[in-house]
Design a protein around this ligand. Structure first.
Ligand code: SAH
Ligand code: SF4
Ligand code: F3S
Length: 552
């Protein structure tokens, strides 16, 4: 996110669209004219994606749906027939960025008009589209189509309406209908060719209604995709060489599929008190009905069993849904990554109460302790909001204490931004002055950095299993990938033994290979390592007894 702070923006991607937007790139009036187009050429579409990984995967769904209608993705907005912005509404700042991009695209339209050519159709998709609806069409016609997250199947029709309009004289087209059951289960997302990692959406929407959050309003009610379609997609990705999938959902671990028969008989997982599906001490404002459903622990287990060489991650979870059986699956399966996102939001029980998060500080601490006890080497990340309504200095101090006590390896920290419609906007006062929010944010970041640097330094000398993603950004001589704990590692692109046993000759590791490495130095957000050998997840695990060995 644009006002995000902290090193790895791992789970928030500023611009990750297939269009490959140039961050900060602007479009100047009078830019050279695009090629004439030719009579028979198909239509093309340029996309920029903002917000969370769900949006990245939604963009892949949209490109797949439009691909069926003859649209191909391109990287250059100046020659696009259709320009799409897949947007985020979580805070004010990301929305401001969209308004300025829309202003820039308006210039493109003006250039086209001057040259008596039809300009691009500009569409706003995603959460900001859902939040602002027709306001985006009314605003000086900056957008031609507005499409909410559950209405992407309607895009070809909406595009057709606008294509048929006389230039300038029309009203645009909009569909922001939310759905109770849309999961795009049957759409195969158009993913980048040769990618080693992939996102898979498993559920959509959120029922939690945390008082600060717009997501329930922009994404609608929770609904889960059928288990079988998720497992089929994982099999397909495994067959095409993908080595890591991240299961996605606004509330990923509240997954519950009633259409598929549960194969788990473990006590406490699917029967009895509905709150038994929660971590101890956690509640929510709604009572989940999950009896008899395939729940998250089972899905995770079945996903992990498909291909033991494929890593499984998941985000974004809610801490309440880390029931014991979810933690057990993470612990038991070597290919389920030993990294959990535990969005705390605040370290103060009173603030958590005003946020309607459904847990206290004590319950959160107990969950951290239990997860760490159960899963050796576990890495934790979190989300924090500073300056929420009524936050006192003492309550802020409790968040600083949480940060130093837990020592998260990654954190996404934001100043509170009031969003219309939310409980907080309607009932609480946004009374912490902006400079105070900013100062508290800086303090939280400072504590986070100190603990994180300390942890990174302890990594020096350790052996890690890295999945190679490709060349490092800074140097073609280096390769990059992530550990099971989500740490970014760079290491020299040199020949190494083809296996940890030394048999099979030598080879330079390729994207999609697992490599065992020794960490030689730690920077603020990356580790530099020495590659030891190519390996497999199972080989590494059997040699070290873990995918996160504690000693070198
Ligand atoms: N479902 C996840 C969070 C999804 S939203 C959870 O329950 O934790 C991603 C993050 O954006 C949130 O964790 C929160 O830290 C931040 N966020 C949401 N609304 C916000 C607001 N109004 N102001 C500032 N940050 C916000
Ligand atoms: Fe927003 Fe809360 Fe839902 Fe997370 S759980 S998406 S913070 S309402
Ligand atoms: Fe933003 Fe919507 Fe994701 S508000 S964080 S894009 S669910």
């Amino acid at each position: 996110m644009l006002d995000a702070a902290g090193p790895g923006l791992g789970h928030f991607i500023r611009e990750a669209g297939r269009g490959g937007a140039q961050p900060g790139g602007s479009i100047a009036e009078g830019q050279s004219e695009p090629p004439s187009g030719g009579a028979m050429r198909g239509k093309n579409v340029y996309v920029e994606t903002y917000g969370c990984q769900m949006n990245v995967n939604d963009t892949e769904v949209v490109l797949s749906l439009l691909g069926d209608k003859g649209y191909s993705p391109i990287q250059d907005p100046t020659i696009a027939d259709v320009i799409l912005l897949n947007t985020c509404a979580i805070r004010e700042k990301p929305e401001n960025k969209i308004w300025s991009r829309l202003g820039e695209f308006k210039k493109l339209k003006a250039v086209a008009k001057k040259n008596k050519r039809r300009g691009p159709i500009v569409g706003v998709l995603g959460c900001m589209a859902e939040r602002l609806k027709h306001k985006l069409l009314d605003a000086d016609r900056l957008a031609d189509i507005v499409v909410g997250p559950d209405a992407y199947r309607d895009m070809p029709r909406l595009l057709k309406i606008v294509e048929g309009e006389a230039d300038g004289g029309a009203v645009g087209a909009l569909n922001t209908q939310l759905s109770l059951d849309e999961t795009y289960a049957d759409v195969v997302p158009l993913r980048p060719a040769g990618a080693v990692t992939a996102f898979i959406s498993i559920m959509r929407g959120c029922n939690n209604m945390c008082s600060f959050c717009i997501v329930p309003f922009t994404r609608g009610r929770e609904r889960s995709r059928p288990t079988t379609s998720i497992l089929d997609e994982i099999r397909l990705l495994s067959d095409t060489g993908v080595k890591e999938v991240t299961l996605l959902g606004q509330n990923v671990n509240s997954y519950a599929d009633f259409a598929t028969e549960s194969q788990r008989g473990a006590p406490g997982t699917t029967v009895g008190d509905p709150f038994s599906t929660y971590a101890a001490g956690f509640r929510s404002v709604y009572k989940p009905k999950r009896e008899g459903a395939v729940q998250f622990a089972e899905l995770l287990q079945r996903a992990a069993e498909i291909d033991p060489e494929m890593r499984i991650r998941f985000t974004s979870p809610h801490p309440k849904d880390f029931s014991d059986d979810v933690l057990q699956v993470v612990q038991q399966y070597p290919n389920v990554c030993k990294q959990l996102h535990l969005p705390a939001q605040s370290g103060s029980s009173d603030v958590l109460d005003r946020m309607k998060r459904g847990y206290t500080r004590e319950a959160f601490d107990a969950l951290v302790d239990k997860a760490r006890r159960l899963i050796p080497g576990l890495a934790l990340s979190t989300d924090i909001i500073t300056g929420f309504c009524g936050e006192s200095e003492d309550e802020h101090a409790a968040t600083l204490d949480l940060m130093s006590r837990v020592g998260f390896e990654q954190a996404f920290m934001f100043a509170y931004s009031q969003r219309d419609k939310t409980h907080a906007a309607r009932h609480l006062e946004d009374d912490v002055p902006q400079p105070v929010k900013a100062r508290r944010l800086a303090e939280v970041i400072q504590v986070f950095r100190e603990t994180m640097f300390g942890k990174n330094e302890k990594e020096v000398g350790r052996t890690h299993l890295v999945l190679v993603e490709g060349e490092a950004k800074k140097s073609e001589e280096m390769l990059t990938g992530r550990t099971c704990t989500m740490k970014r590692v760079i290491f020299p692109k040199i020949s190494v033994p083809a296996s940890q046993h030394g048999c099979g000759g030598e080879a330079v590791p390729q994207p999609g290979d697992y490599v065992s490495v020794d960490v030689v130095s730690a920077q603020s957000s990356t580790l530099t390592a020495r590659p030891l050998a190519r390996t497999t997840l199972r080989e590494f695990h059997s040699l070290h007894g873990s995918t996160v060995p504690r000693r070198s």
